[in-house]
Design a protein around this ligand. Structure first.
Ligand code: FES
Length: 188
């Protein structure tokens, strides 16, 4: 017993050292999550057969009728999301006096489908991310990466580093169409 106590006393210094190393390790991990993010840059769309998303006349489907409303849809064989933005943003398109942007929902970390997260408290609690402007984000439920629809779908937090692939939107004959999409980029 005495030997154990002596051994403990001789090693007490290891506790604060381990705690300090752990804190630095966590800070390094956190810095990694918020850095190394790739900018969206100029879009490089691959054309696909046009698909009408909103009918002529600006009749917006109900999930999209409010600001930050969103509609999931299939395009070129993958799940995508169309978002009604409150303002113009990189890659958005004005249609009927309103602004829309669309992304492939494939997370650029490991490919899960991202969802709209409108509640900033859920973003803060579940994703450990609080957007500076409090705006809704696209969040991945698998490892909690966050992508910003107002900034071309760029990854702003989490393990993903590449932006979401953008969907090209066009107005043709008074309707809103998807006409192409970027390829999904993954990696570091
Ligand atoms: S698959 Fe989306 S964060 Fe990992």
């Amino acid at each position: 017993m005495n030997i154990n106590r002596r051994a403990l006393l001789e090693r007490w210094w290891m506790l604060p050292v381990a705690a300090t190393l752990g804190a630095f390790g966590f800070m390094g991990y956190y810095a990694r999550q918020v850095s190394h993010k790739r900018e969206a840059g100029a879009p490089q769309f691959v054309s696909h057969p046009p698909q009408r998303l909103i009918l002529p006349g600006g009749e917006v489907p109900s999930p999209l009728s409010t600001l930050w409303g969103s509609l999931n849809f299939e395009y070129a064989g993958v799940s995508c999301v169309l978002i009604h933005l409150p303002q113009p943003a990189p890659g958005s398109l004005a249609f009927g006096g309103q602004y829309f942007v669309a992304f492939n929902r494939t997370c650029t970390h490991l490919g899960c489908a991202v969802n709209m997260v409108r509640n900033p408290e859920i973003l803060a609690f579940s994703f450990n991310y609080r957007p500076p402007d409090g705006t809704p984000q696209l969040g991945c439920p698998c490892h909690f990466s966050v992508f910003d629809p107002l900034h071309a779908g760029e990854a702003v937090f989490g393990k993903a580093h590449f932006p979401l692939a953008r969907v090209r939107l066009e107005v043709r004959s008074g309707a809103l169409w998807a006409t192409g999409m970027e390829q999904v980029k993954t990696g570091w």
